[in-house]
Design a binder for this molecule. Structure first.
Ligand code: SIN
Length: 284
């Protein structure tokens, strides 16, 4: 097999001609690392991944971050179950977000493996925070460079949060009390990406509360403007899952959005998340 890269319009790249479950040789690993660093989002097709293969693959890129809020696989705690049953109405990740910005050391990224797919629908959309930053005027970039933002998980996973009220994910999320122990982190609004060195916008609609030193009300209009820029059509890739598909995204450079358009059908995905580092000063 010869490894090759197919760059996608919007964002991301498909890596072809590699068996990621089979154990990567050093050349394959380097190609994947370089492509991941350059594009922030890579896809693989036609893979046969066992749970152990999945965990081992993630381990080639860093330590595993065991999710505190999602149900985990009964036999493999490192795997978060991202699933929706036919009788459930809400899905996990059904809004634009980046994972773990509520942590002081946000996760590097996640590897998502399709296990059971609906007959149609259930695509995942991705958008690039590099492109979002690049699209801004020099004046706004300069203003944002001086800002930091407060992020939190409490309003999402905490008591009375969107998930804890039993509405959003209907029991697939738990441990709400754990959010109360989290101190809300402050991250720069523009980061110098630890892998690529490129500048990326680092705020997101799910977990960013406000600019540091600003009120929620003062922050809302500028955040709304940035969020609209971030989802400009030309920044987006819509990934259609097939059996054997795998996505690996960088949480510091991408947002994602799991479409919830398959009522009455089951969708089961396994997610392993790789630990990251503090973004200011970047220490990884
Ligand atoms: C997520 O990790 O937010 C869910 C992604 C998906 O299910 O496609």
């Amino acid at each position: 097999m010869t490894i090759s890269i197919n760059v996608l319009p919007g964002v991301g790249a498909e890596i072809l001609g590699v068996d990621i479950a089979g154990g990567l040789d050093s050349g394959e690993l380097e190609t994947i690392q370089q492509t991941f660093s350059q594009y922030g989002l890579v896809f693989f097709r036609d893979q046969q991944m066992s749970e152990t293969d999945h965990i081992n693959l993630a381990g080639r890129f860093g330590d595993i971050n065991v999710n505190r809020f999602f149900s985990s696989h009964p036999d493999y705690p490192q795997i978060a179950m991202v699933s929706k049953e036919p009788d459930q109405t809400a899905n996990i990740g059904g809004g634009w977000h980046t994972d773990h910005s509520y942590d002081h050391e946000p996760a590097l990224g996640s590897i998502l493996v399709a296990k059971e797919l609906p007959a149609s629908g259930g695509d995942t959309w991705f958008t690039s925070m590099y492109k979002a930053y690049d699209s801004l005027s020099d004046g706004l970039k300069e203003t944002l460079e001086g800002l930091s933002a407060v992020h939190s998980a409490k309003h999402v996973f905490g008591p009375q949060g969107g998930y804890d009220t039993g509405g959003s994910a209907e029991g697939r999320i738990g441990n709400a009390g754990a959010t109360l122990e989290l101190e809300d982190p402050i991250h720069p609004v523009v980061i110098k990406h630890p892998l690529s060195g490129r500048k990326a916008l680092y705020v997101n609609a799910a977990f960013t509360l406000r600019f540091d030193g600003w009120t929620v009300e003062e922050s809302a209009p500028l955040l709304a403007y940035l969020y609209a820029q971030a989802i400009a059509e030309e920044n987006i890739t819509r990934f259609k899952w097939q059996n054997g598909s795998v996505a690996f995204w960088d949480n510091r450079a991408m947002w994602h959005f799991a479409q919830n358009d398959y009522p009455g059908q089951r969708r089961v995905m396994h997610r392993v998340t790789i630990a990251g580092c503090a973004l200011h000063p970047a220490n990884c």
